[in-house]
Design a protein around this ligand. Structure first.
Ligand SMILES: Cc1ncc(COP(=O)(O)O)c(C=O)c1O
Length: 436
């Protein structure tokens, strides 16, 4: 049998409609190598079907356990407008963290009532922008309240609670605990809500987001318990239950071959158990704001081998690197890497897959057992749909890649490749014109 790019005995990190075939990886029946020929490399390729499956699975897990629930998609994970429209069509709301994310949310049709603004360390102008947009506002700490109220009163106000204990996980993905820049203690949020109540705020919510990419269901049980405790304490201040309790994002996906999928039903069951001790779906809407879970495994990043260097370690260089996918360089994140086209015969060898950037941290994968690779071969980096393109940059003046959406067996460009001219456009005096 002709080998495929999936190492024998290893679980695939490419879910349907991706499939390994003898002539390479396909998505919805389309060959990734053909897509790279057509749209160029490096290239992000996203399956609309997978996004829809992810949303429907989460929606069903939530509504069977807490019928009054809402998914707010965390736009920071992937803000491509075509992807936002898919999520909106499926009835998701939006979680925004910058003024431009709010603009993208509104352009994609997310209603204000279903949009939450959670900015980290916002300026007065940002706070005023959120008031003007008419969206719910989630404040990091009570010190922001007078600055917000100077601009106006939001239709719904919440505070981000820091439970004091973080989720276990890579350092860059822990958002709670004493050293975290995010959120406030329960005591501090109580003071914030007292001040808000004095200022006439009546509709309120509560929010927490202790970590990202969590595969252990127990974590969500702790989040539910914590939200339950917070509701019991804070509704005395406000004289009524919160309009919503927001459990944040954090639902994890397996990146490594050794990881197992999150047991979503168990995670949501544990979450609502804690919540039920303090609230009921008749009064309180359960919000979750996942980014990664909805889009991460919908997308592969394609990169073409541009150079190889033997040695220990042996290096394989591609046109995709930390400028196209920052996560491995930023927090040592693991992404499975597969040959995207036909597999060359020969022994698999350990190689480090790197990019074209002049940084030693420029890395896609260290110590990977890959079949023989030659210049021109295509590699697929799995699980690249969340915090992939959205963290890409034109560092070293390497223009950002294109993005393609595959839906119903057809592929279309959803973001054109950036050009050197695009980069030059941002410079008031164009250096190429000065010389002449
Ligand atoms: C406030 C907030 N909500 C939601 C998310 C999405 O998290 P995830 O991608 O883990 O679901 C993040 C991620 O950083 C966040 O900071």
């Amino acid at each position: 049998m002709t080998p495929t790019g999936l190492p024998p005995g290893e679980p695939s990190r490419l879910p349907p409609p991706f499939e390994f075939a003898p002539d390479g990886i396909r998505v919805d029946g389309l060959g990734l190598a053909d897509l790279a020929d057509r749209f160029g490399s490096p290239l992000y390729v996203t399956s609309a079907l997978r996004i829809r499956d992810n949303v429907l699975r989460l929606r069903s897990a939530l509504t069977t356990r807490w019928p009054n629930s809402r998914i707010l998609y965390a736009i920071k994970a992937n803000s491509n407008p075509a992807i936002l429209r898919i999520l909106r069509e499926l009835g998701c709301g939006a979680d925004c963290s910058s003024p431009a994310e709010m603009v993208f949310a509104q352009a994609a049709g997310f209603p204000r009532r279903e949009t939450l603004y959670t900015a980290a360390y916002p300026s007065d102008a940002e706070l005023a922008g959120a008031i003007e947009a008419g969206v719910a506002v989630n404040l990091d700490h009570p010190g922001l309240l007078p600055r917000l109220l100077r601009a106006g009163r939001p239709p719904l106000l919440s505070f981000r609670l820091n439970p004091g204990r973080s989720a276990a996980g890579p350092e860059g993905l822990r958002f709670a605990g004493r050293d975290s820049k995010f959120g406030s203690s329960l005591a501090s949020v109580r003071q914030g809500l007292e001040a808000a109540h004095r200022a006439g705020v009546r509709d309120w919510g509560i929010h927490t987001m202790p970590g990202s990419n969590i595969l252990a269901p127990d974590h969500f049980g702790r989040v539910g318990d914590f939200l339950g405790r917070a509701i019991r304490s804070l509704q005395r201040v406000m004289g009524r239950p919160p309009t919503f309790a927001d459990a944040g994002g954090g639902l994890g996906v397996p990146y490594r071959p050794t990881e197992t999928e999150l047991n979503l039903d168990l995670a949501i069951s544990r979450l609502v158990l804690g919540l039920r001790s303090a609230a009921s779906p008749a009064d309180v809407q359960l919000w979750m704001e996942p980014g990664r879970y909805l889009v991460a495994d919908s997308t592969v990043l394609l990169g073409t081998v541009t150079d190889t260097k033997p040695g220990r370690p042996a290096f394989v260089g591609t046109d995709a690197g930390m400028q196209t996918l920052l996560r491995p360089a930023l927090y040592g994140a693991y992404h499975a890497i597969y040959p995207a086209g036909p597999v060359r015969p020969g022994t698999r060898r350990r190689v480090t897959v790197t990019g074209p950037i002049c940084e030693n941290t420029d890395l896609l994968g260290r110590d990977r057992r890959l079949p023989p690779l030659e210049v021109g071969d295509l590699l697929a980096v799995a699980t690249a749909g969340a915090y992939g393109y959205s963290m890409a940059s034109p560092y070293n003046n390497r223009p950002r890649p294109a993005e393609v959406l595959v839906d119903g067996g057809r592929a279309r460009l959803i973001r054109r490749r950036e050009t050197t001219d695009d980069l030059l456009c941002q410079v008031p005096e164009r250096p190429d014109r000065e010389r002449g």
